[in-house]
Design a protein around this ligand. Sequence first.
Ligand code: HEC
Length: 183
Amino acid sequence: MKNNPLLWVITALLAASTVYLFLEINHLREENKSCSEKCNSAQTDSFLTTADTIAKPIDEDEIELVHYMTRIQVFHNKLYFAGMENNIKLIEFYLHEIEEEMETIAEAGIIDDEVHISDNMKNLGLEQIHSFQKTLGTPEYNFKKSYDLLTVTCNTCHTASKHEFIKIKTPTSLPFSNQEFKP
Ligand code: HEC
């Protein structure tokens, strides 16, 4: 071998290609590792996108109107007893609570049986709450008058929304006995 230059060349070539192949295998290994990390995260991303798409319509279009109404009913009832005690801070509080519930409905884009519930809430319900709030502390303030108008508004909207059988009236008793309404 010592005397055969061709063998030297072949040996050198073999050594070089072994090093080359070794480096190449390592490189491919690295590539494979980073790909599988990417692939996994791509899979997670596409899973999240699918879950997101499924989840969206539920919270935007299908808010449970009746749950909001039941809360409004309780506040409407308590508001009356706050008014009878002329408890201005408590009146303000309940008007604000009714306003918040109504705003959620107004912003939810609800159309039920071809009736635009959200628009009705804006134009009837919220409109009346705002004019009630505006008279507070002014010479025009008249609790009974504003309260009666609010109740009429509840029923006008129920009729406009094909729910005329839900009739709201001035309460005669409180739903709870564990709250003081005097200021
Ligand atoms: C956007 C118009 C609108 C306004 C304003 C409105 N409601 Fe309603 N209300 C509805 C609709 C529509 C339903 C039926 C909900 C359903 O079909 O799930 C309803 C249902 C109800 C119910 C039945 C739920 C139950 O627990 O029995 C009550 C009570 C109620 N509303 C109270 C009120 C009160 C009190 C007011 C006024 C302070 C009011 N609503 C104002 C549209 C309105």
